[in-house]
Structures are given as structure tokens and as C-alpha cells.
Design a protein. Structure first.
Length: 84
């Protein structure tokens, strides 16, 4: 797709006027444009879902890291305090 929104010489939403038998390629191109736009939208949606899942996973990971750190520090503190 070019910078001005054209794909194969037709702008999105542009109607095609032609004589019978000449429009096959133009209609095929328009159909391919619609399929490509739908696939792009689906890809963006899937990437958004993946990104949200990775953010949740990152939060869980940091909670695990801080939990393990708290257990280690607590165990160390008990070891230092117990002999006293």
C-alpha cells in the first residue's frame, strides 16, 4: 500500500467503472484489499492480547521474586536473632 492509501492503483472506497468482462481483476484486487485489512486488524488484536498476557506474566514474576527475597531475608533474620 502506498503512502496515499492506494493499493494497486485504487484508493480505498473508490468505485470501479468498467465495461463487462474488464472488471474481474479490479474486483479481485478490492477483495484482496479487504482480506488484507481484516487480517491486519486480526493481527493487531492478537498482538494486543499477547502484550496484555506478557504484562500479567511480568507482574507475577516480580511478585515471585519479591516473595522469594522476603523468605530469604526472613530466614536470615531468624538465623541472626535465634542465638541471642
Amino acid at each position: 500500500m502506498s503512502a496515499d492509501g492506494r493499493l494497486g492503483g485504487l484508493a480505498l472506497g473508490e468505485t470501479v467503472e468498467c465495461r463487462p468482462g474488464e472488471c474481474g481483476r479490479a474486483y479481485e484486487l478490492r477483495a484482496n484489499e479487504r482480506v488484507a485489512l481484516q487480517r491486519w486488524a486480526t493481527l493487531e488484536y492478537r498482538l494486543q492480547v499477547i502484550n496484555e498476557t506478557l504484562e500479567r506474566l511480568e507482574k507475577r514474576f516480580w511478585a515471585l521474586v519479591f516473595g522469594i527475597g522476603a523468605v530469604v531475608l526472613g530466614t536470615s533474620a531468624l538465623t541472626l536473632v535465634a542465638p541471642i
